[in-house]
Design a binder for this molecule. Structure first.
Ligand SMILES: [Fe+2]
Ligand SMILES: [Fe+2]
Length: 176
């Protein structure tokens, strides 16, 4: 039986999530190089989250008895014009993923794949949070672009690691 449109798109999405992870590592390394450790830590954590999203999708395909193939990814952007650029890029990326996740839910529903549709619900909620937190960070970095230590202080106060989410789907190999 050929893969459904949902399974094909979900396989592509695994690539987008790994690409997002690589992009966030590139952002983290950029800030690390600029000795902005809180911004770096924020993006290192986001990179792990994106890696986990990819591995949740892999686990779903394994559980659903579908072929689980790992796509290659495009190289991330590694040069940035100023302190705000990586965050602006990240916000654009999160908005794009929100649209992709919505499209995945629609494909699953249209294909009568209600398990697939239900699987996507967690990602829909997750994207609302990610767009919201990235857009808050963009507001902060734009306001304090000439006072990087204010951004570092904000993240030290507000940007700690999130509590584990018991509703999160299982990740292949276990979430990191
Ligand atoms: Fe993600
Ligand atoms: Fe994300």
């Amino acid at each position: 039986m050929p893969a459904t449109a949902f399974v094909e798109k979900l396989t592509e999405q695994i690539g987008h999530e790994f690409a997002a992870s690589q992009q966030y590592i590139a952002c983290a390394v950029h800030y690390d190089d600029e000795t902005l450790p809180q911004l770096a830590a924020f993006f290192y954590r986001q990179a792990v989250e994106e890696r986990n999203h990819a591995m949740m999708m892999v686990q779903y395909l394994l559980d659903a008895g579908e072929p689980a193939t790992i796509p290659g990814v495009e190289a991330p952007q590694t040069g940035f014009a100023d302190i705000t650029a990586p965050v602006a890029l990240a916000l654009e990326q999160e908005k794009r993923v929100s649209a992709q996740v919505g499209e995945l839910a629609r494909l699953a529903r249209d294909g009568g794949d209600y398990a697939g549709e239900q699987f996507m619900q967690w990602f829909i909620k997750e994207q609302v949070e990610e767009v919201s937190s990235m857009s808050a960070l963009l507001t902060v970095v734009e306001r304090s672009r000439d006072r990087p230590m204010d951004i570092e202080d904000y993240l030290a106060r507000e940007g700690g690691a999130e509590a584990a989410d018991p509703t999160a789907p299982a990740a292949a190999g276990g979430a990191l």
